[in-house]
Write a protein that binds this ligand. Structure first.
Ligand code: ARG
Length: 467
């Protein structure tokens, strides 16, 4: 790969060619070829503007555009033959264009630099991946809301410190993740709005003396406006960091859900049976069904966070304007993008297809004495006992139930009255897990009715009624 002759693009200034090692460290084509569509799209917009502004002739513009379209067809069909001598995707496109249409191809780069070109291409790529993330997140939310609707009244233990705390409904638990993913979507949409300015026309760093119409190229590429400062425009990678930040945070949310699924799928819990489609067996232990997809979602989140970290560290020491370090901006974004989209798809599949073992969840909530707080609250409310004392009495009731191996509401009234005479038959209205969750009907609480209301709102927000 790459011969040792002087480079065709900047060979005027350099007598000897780069060493093989220099070529290898310098070449970004192995990864930035992923930008070929954006690169050609950007060039088509640029050349149309150059002609509209009479910077090049209409004839030249037609030749260049037709040639660019042919390059696109070839790349689509045959892929891109990498040549390290041509460094990056921008030079690969231009070199092929030159082969097709001859020296008129050289007019394409008028009033442009690879610095504003790559900043534009990369924004377009990141914008597409943000849009794809948003659609995939919507699918994940739809899966969560659907399952939450099915399980608005299914009882499970709610945990703090991973210790049984109070009963909650499974629907409420799933809707907690709906909220997290709603915030993630809003992070992507904020980031998209900030990204959506066009660097094209900033040229190398200082702008250009050609009479460009930057509004025209910005509009042609779907940007809201051109960027306002040429130095910033070629130096800025905030849009990539914003994307990685939003992906990392969303990855973190998916990782927490994955972690819960892994715990829930373990035999001592037995809360869920993960679908065959997202589990694997063991080559040696026939009884095993491993939650590999969930584990990889958890693992991928770590790698996405690593990608964010990598680009932050790349950028933090760079003076204005462009430095070649910035070529290293793409691998972490491409890597994170792939891991992130795959994680979203796997998570959506798992949520949609997991079987929730609601009997086991309820039984665990009952035997975990999750309604102990309800008993204490009943003693306070109905028997006017100070909370500290109520807490003590409740402790004795839990101990008795534990010794008998039964739920709190399975204790006989005379057994409870032996602990404290002020307890009456009415206490049973507070002791069952159903009564407990039904009582927590404050806005945002776990009561089945409250959950159904949140599910209905979410379905409306997601346009699910029409599905
Ligand atoms: N391949 C380069 C990159 O991705 C393109 C910009 C090159 N600019 C330059 N001044 N050498 O960053």
């Amino acid at each position: 790969m790459g011969k040792k002759n002087s480079n065709s693009m900047w060979g005027g200034r350099f007598a000897g060619g780069p060493s093989a090692i220099m070529q290898e460290i310098n070449a970004s084509i192995p990864f930035d070829k992923a930008l070929w569509q954006q690169d050609i799209e950007g060039s088509l917009a640029h050349v149309a503007m150059l002609a509209a502004q009479d910077i090049i002739s209409a004839d030249d513009a037609v030749q260049i555009s037709t040639g660019l379209k042919q390059v696109a067809e070839e790349f689509e069909k045959d892929g891109i033959a990498e040549n390290w001598d041509l460094e990056d995707i921008h030079m690969h496109v231009e070199a092929r264009l030159t082969q097709i249409i001859g020296s008129v191809a050289g007019k394409l780069h008028t009033a442009r630099s690879r610095n504003d070109q790559v900043a534009t291409d990369f924004r377009l790529w990141v914008r597409d991946t943000m849009d794809a993330a948003d659609s995939a997140l919507e699918q994940l939310q739809i899966a969560l809301v659907t399952r939450a609707g099915e399980h608005a009244a299914s009882i499970m233990p709610g945990f703090t410190h991973l210790q049984t705390a109070q009963p909650v409904t499974l629907g409420h638990h799933l809707m907690a993740y709906y909220e997290m993913f709603a915030r993630d979507r809003s992070r992507f949409s904020d980031a998209r709005a900030r990204l959506n300015q066009c660097p094209l026309g900033s040229a190398a760093l200082a702008g250009t003396g050609f009479d460009l119409d930057r509004d025209m190229t910005a509009a042609a590429l779907g940007f809201d406006a051109p960027t306002r400062n040429s130095l910033d425009a070629v130096s800025d990678r905030d849009f990539a960091l914003d994307y990685l930040g939003a992906a990392a945070q969303c990855g973190l949310h998916m990782s927490r859900l994955a972690e819960e699924m892994i715990i829930w799928a373990s035999q001592p819990f037995g809360f869920v049976s993960l679908p065959d489609s997202f589990s694997t067996g063991s080559s040696i232990m026939p009884q095993k069904r491993n939650p590999d997809a969930a584990e990889l979602v958890r693992g991928h989140a770590g790698r996405i966070i690593g990608c964010l970290n990598a680009l932050m560290i790349t950028m933090k020491g760079l003076p204005l304007a462009y430095s070649k370090d910035m070529q290293d901006d793409k691998p972490p974004v491409f890597e994170a993008g792939g891991l992130f989209m795959l994680s979203l798809a796997a998570m959506t599949g798992m949520v949609a297809e997991t079987t929730f073992n609601t009997g086991r969840m309820r039984e665990t909530a009952e035997l975990g004495y999750a309604t102990a707080t309800d008993l204490a609250d009943w003693l306070v409310r109905s028997a006017n006992i100070p909370f500290r004392e109520a807490h003590h009495i409740t402790g004795a009731a839990v101990k008795l139930a534990e010794n008998k191996g039964c739920a709190l509401d399975a204790l006989e009234l005379d057994e409870l009255q032996a602990i404290d005479t002020r307890i009456t038959d009415d206490v049973y209205t507070a002791l069952s897990v159903d009564a407990s969750v039904a009582s927590r009907n404050s806005y945002g609480g776990t009561a089945p009715d409250a959950v159904r209301e949140r599910v209905a709102e979410a379905m409306q927000a997601l346009n699910m009624e029409n599905m």
